[in-house]
Structure formats: C-alpha cells, structure tokens
Design a protein around this ligand. Structure first.
Ligand code: PRT
Length: 225
C-alpha cells in the first residue's frame, strides 16, 4: 500500500500514451525526471510518486489500491474491469476524467473479400483479439455467437495465416487494417486515455494534492481546446 502523504500515480512506461501522459503531468507543473531506468520516480516539487509500468498493469494497480490514481486507455481499463470481475478480484474504480489524447476505437475487421451484410453475418466466426471480454460483451449485447483466440500483438496477421476469420482490434487511422487487406465492419467500443482513481477515500493530505492536480489538469486541457 502507498504512504498516506505522497500521492502515487501509475502511468505507462513506454508506448503510445507515455509521452502525452508525461507532457500532461509536466504542464501541470510536476517536475519529473523520467529519463533513468527507475520504475518509481519522485516528483521533486510536489509530494507525488510516479510508478511507470505496462498499460495493462495500471487498472489492477489502481483497483487494488497499490496506486492512488492512474492514466490509462478506456479500452485497457474496461477489459481489465470485466476480466477482474469474472475472476472475483477488485474491479471498482472511479473514472475521474476523460483526457484529450489516446483516442481510438475497438473494431471488428474482416478480410476485404468478406461479404458483410450486417452484424448477423459475423455469427459463428472466430476473431483474434487482445480484448476478449469487450468482444464477448458486444456479441452478447448484439445476440451473436462468436469465438475468439487471444493474441497480444500482431493481431492483424491472424486471418491471413488461418488463425481466425477476422480481428477485433484497436484502430486509429485505419492504415494498419488497409495494409493487411482488412476492412472495418463494426466499431464496438470508443476509447480515449482517462484519469482513474481508487474508489476508497484518500487521506486528507493526498486528497489535497489530488485536488490541486485535478484543477491544474482542467486548466491545461481547457487551454488546449
Ligand atoms: O504494452 P502495454 O501494456 O503498455 O500496452 P499496449 O500494448 O496497449 O501499448 P500501446 O502503447 O500499443 O497502446 C497504449 C494505448 O494507446 C492503447 O491501450 C490505446 O488506449 C491507445 N491507442 C490509441 C492505441 C492506438 N491508438 C492504436 N492505433 N493502441 C494501439 N494501436 C494500434 C492497434 O492495435 C493497431 O495495431 O495501432 C494499430 C492501428 O493503428 P492505425 O493508425 O493504423 O489504425
């Protein structure tokens, strides 16, 4: 568990959200030195510690109270919450604020030659995905029966090598789908980066730090609009 005095923030160590997260925190006035290999970094001008981890570890760290707050994509957050609920682990969190970066959509995509005639034409098909829980929820809400195979990367290659009929993956520009001969047929979830917090009340000290940070974040985001 974290100290009662210093607010702990979980952020992606390296990847698509790390630069934007770092910039946001810097613009909020936090003096960060994240250039070294240390995974726990102290902010020198505020009682804040930064834990730099894989994106996929952030929801669990916040839900279990190891970190007080975190910045993560809604896609990762929602997938983790559904999976943890299924396993009987803590899955509660507060989505304090949507952020203006990391925008993408989780979509179903099929080979170009597939004849798509509506969602029912996907019935009985198998999808490669990193997001099985979001896929299962969408299928159940739309009364279709789909199978999945779990892939943590290079999902787009699955139909070509016969691993799956289609994919369920994140899309931003659509260039990767196009380059792999795939077409987007359904958007199942829209995501941005989000600021999340553990649902338990913070200590008085931490709440005061969090209030300051949140107020600055709102100012920074407003200035960017
Ligand atoms: O490795 P780690 O656990 O830290 O997380 P990760 O594997 O999810 O890391 P990363 O850095 O790839 O993605 C971090 C987060 O960025 C995601 O969880 C999303 O919230 C967000 N994001 C935004 C994206 C994209 N856009 C995106 N386009 N994440 C991945 N992609 C990939 C997508 O999977 C596909 O391979 O980019 C490709 C498609 O891009 P376009 O532009 O060709 O459509």
């Amino acid at each position: 568990m974290t100290s009662t005095k210093r607010l702990t923030i979980a952020m992606q160590k390296s990847g698509r959200l790390s630069d934007d997260t770092q910039n946001l925190l810097k613009r909020c006035g936090l003096k960060l030195n994240l250039t070294d290999r240390r995974l726990l970094a102290h902010v020198s001008n505020m009682p804040i510690d930064i834990m730099r981890v894989r994106s996929s570890d952030i929801p669990g760290l916040v839900m279990d109270g190891v970190c007080d707050i975190g910045i993560v994509g809604d896609n990762t957050l929602e997938e983790a919450a559904l999976e943890r609920k299924l396993l009987g682990n803590n899955s509660e969190y507060i989505r304090t604020k949507g952020l203006n970066f990391g925008g993408c959509r989780l979509s179903l995509a099929m080979p170009e030659e597939f004849e798509y005639t509506g969602i029912e034409s996907l019935n009985g098909l198998r999808f490669a995905t990193t997001y099985p829980q979001l896929l299962k929820r969408y299928a159940s809400e739309n009364n279709i029966d789909v199978d999945f195979c779990l892939l943590k990367g290079s999902v787009e290659v699955a139909p070509r090598v016969g691993l799956a009929d289609g994919i369920c993956d994140l899309v931003s520009t659509g260039a990767t789908l196009e380059a792999n001969g795939l077409k987007e047929v359904e958007v199942i979830y829209r995501s941005t980066a989000a600021l999340i917090q553990n649902p338990n009340p913070l200590s008085q000290d931490k709440q005061a730090i969090f209030d300051t940070l949140l107020q600055r974040m709102q100012g920074v985001m407003k200035a960017k609009e």
